[in-house]
Ligand binder design. Structure first.
Ligand code: NAD
Length: 498
């Protein structure tokens, strides 16, 4: 089967390519999309072609949606115990194939194997978490003025389009699929065309778990053809999307006339890390440097929650920069703890920002402008050294735009008000890291930051029940626990007179 093929491919993959098929109505189908239009996907670490995938045309997208719609009446009526058991089976199968999935995720995305394992574990938790969450839901009834008993009745919202980006492919796709089916909805999911492999393996796992045909359909393709057809179909009742802000805006536009369509948009970020002088005391310094580095460079900076703008209190600015660059140079080694960036296109984008920094005379403490790579001949892979920049003006595109790579800027501030102002001076509002040992400041500053997630003296701590999502141009809606229930269910309030 697909999983065996994926396994044996690993031992003899020289010159071979994997050819992905859509998973529709419980079957792997060959798309009618002409092979000439198939999308090529390359291994970031070597620049080698590893798989091709169909660019599913709109009529086939519609067929997949029809299958999801046909599966909805029966799936939405299955008992929560049955749905819970199914999610548990998926989680167990992911666990069984953990290493295969991690190895493929690392090949396909460019991330280190260690990082890929963490993300597969999180994908496993996504299913196990929602499998238990639905078993503990309760509805409270209220008596209103003694004249009416009211209660909220929730039902599955219908058929969903689930669309994910390339940075944490399996983790982010399962963060959508697990709650979607747990709450009784059905789906057509489309992973990023840059990293589709783990979604293909997940299809085989869903099939093996015995998920009824049509409950989850996974189709491949780009955004302009496949993604656009998927989100705008009138048969789609909701969209859970994670990706860039411009795409989020396009999806909102394309669906603006479909008022009742649920939209959960998890978009880009340009997140600040605030370093106060107290956090550079001898006892806190190691943690401060470690967290500011981890937040910037984990997964090559390709996590929407990465802190790519560091602001440091002026009295400790010089010592912070000195310690920070030494630490990053020691710990973040390309090819060991730092993977390759996801695609040639993304490599070129990051490179173009480093060229801007160079032309604006920024100081490169470590890193530099990587060489231009030549088309598909980029066979040395897409490697970018962690880059630490200072003296970058606030008006520079390097400080304003989401670069989404291993690039960080460090800028001094004079007082708390300025720190908050600089942190909030962005169109984005996804996450922020606050490094301080002053308990009152943790709340005072933390509560002023325009960010959906604020981490104080920590980073990337996630509890799956807490609301996840951004402010401003970083998105709308929240996911996680009961917030995911709001995305995937509709609510009616019943009033029963006494
Ligand atoms: P992207 O927006 O280019 O693509 C994301 C997905 O949307 C892909 O599957 C793509 O094919 C699809 N798509 C593109 N155009 C579409 C359209 N018109 N209609 C429907 N679907 C379309 O983003 P990307 O480059 O793959 O990912 C990087 C971005 O994702 C960054 O901005 C990053 O911050 C963001 N991100 C956000 C979060 C979060 O939770 N907020 C998490 C991870 C990544």
């Amino acid at each position: 089967d697909t999983l065996d093929k994926a396994q044996s491919f690993l031992s003899s993959r020289a010159d071979k390519r994997f050819s992905l098929q859509n998973f529709v109505a419980g079957q792997f189908l060959t798309s009618s999309s002409p092979p000439a239009q198939h999308i090529k996907s390359f291994e970031p670490k070597t620049g080698r072609l590893i798989c091709t995938l169909p660019c599913t045309p709109p009529d086939e997208v519609e067929q997949a949606i029809q299958h999801a719609k046909a599966a909805f009446p029966s799936w939405s009526k299955t008992s929560r115990a049955e749905r819970s058991a199914l999610l548990r089976r998926v989680s167990d199968l992911l666990q069984e194939h953990r290493e295969l999935l991690a190895v493929w995720e690392s090949i396909d995305q460019g991330k280190t194997l260690e990082r890929a394992r963490i993300e597969v574990d999180r994908a496993i938790s996504n299913f196990s978490y929602f499998s238990t969450f639905i078993m503990h839901e309760q509805t409270a009834a209220r008596m209103v003025d003694g004249v009416a008993l009211t209660y909220e009745h929730r039902s599955p919202a219908g058929v969903f389009a689930l669309i994910s980006p390339w940075n944490m492919p399996l983790y982010l796709l399962t963060w959508k699929i697990a709650p979607c089916i747990a709450f009784g909805c059905t789906a057509v999911a489309k992973p990023s065309e840059v990293t589709s492999m783990s979604a293909f393996l997940l299809s085989a796992i869903l099939q093996k778990a015995g998920l009824p045909a049509g409950v989850v359909n996974i189709i491949f393709g780009d955004g302009a053809t496949t993604g656009a057809a998927l989100v705008s179909s009138p048969l789609i009742n909701g969209v859970s999307f994670t990706g860039g802000t411009q795409t989020g805006i396009a999806i909102r536009r394309a669906t603006a006339h479909q008022i009742g369509k649920h939209l959960s948009l998890e978009l880009g970020g340009k997140n600040p890390t605030l370093v106060f002088a107290d956090s550079m005391s001898p006892s806190a310094r190691e943690r401060t440097i470690r967290l500011a580095a981890m937040a910037a460079f984990e997964n090559q900076g390709e996590i929407c929650l990465c802190g790519s703008r560091i602001y440091v209190e002026r009295s400790v600015y010089d010592e912070f920069v000195a310690d920070y660059k030494r630490y990053v140079a020691e710990k973040y080694i390309v090819g060991k703890t730092v993977g390759a960036v996801a695609s040639l296109q993304h490599y070129s984008k990051i490179r173009s920002y480093l060229e801007i920094a160079e032309s604006e005379k920024a100081v490169f403490h470590i890193g530099g402008v990587p060489p231009a790579l030549d088309g598909e001949k980029a066979d040395q892979g897409y490697w970018i050294s962690p880059t630490v920049l200072t003296d970058v003006p606030a008006t520079s595109a390097v400080q304003i735009d989401e670069i989404f790579g291993p690039v960080v800027t460090i800028t001094p501030f004079d007082d708390e008000d300025e720190a908050v102002r600089l942190a909030n001076a962005s169109e984005y509002g996804l996450a922020a890291v606050l490094l301080t040992t002053d308990g009152a400041r943790m709340r005072r500053v933390g509560e002023q930051l325009e960010a959906g997630l604020v981490w104080v003296n920590c980073w990337l701590v996630r509890e799956l029940g807490t609301p996840f999502g951004g402010m401003k141009n970083s998105g709308t809606g929240r996911e996680g626990g009961e917030h995911s229930r709001d995305v995937f269910t509709v609510v009616r309030t019943l009033h029963l007179p006494s």
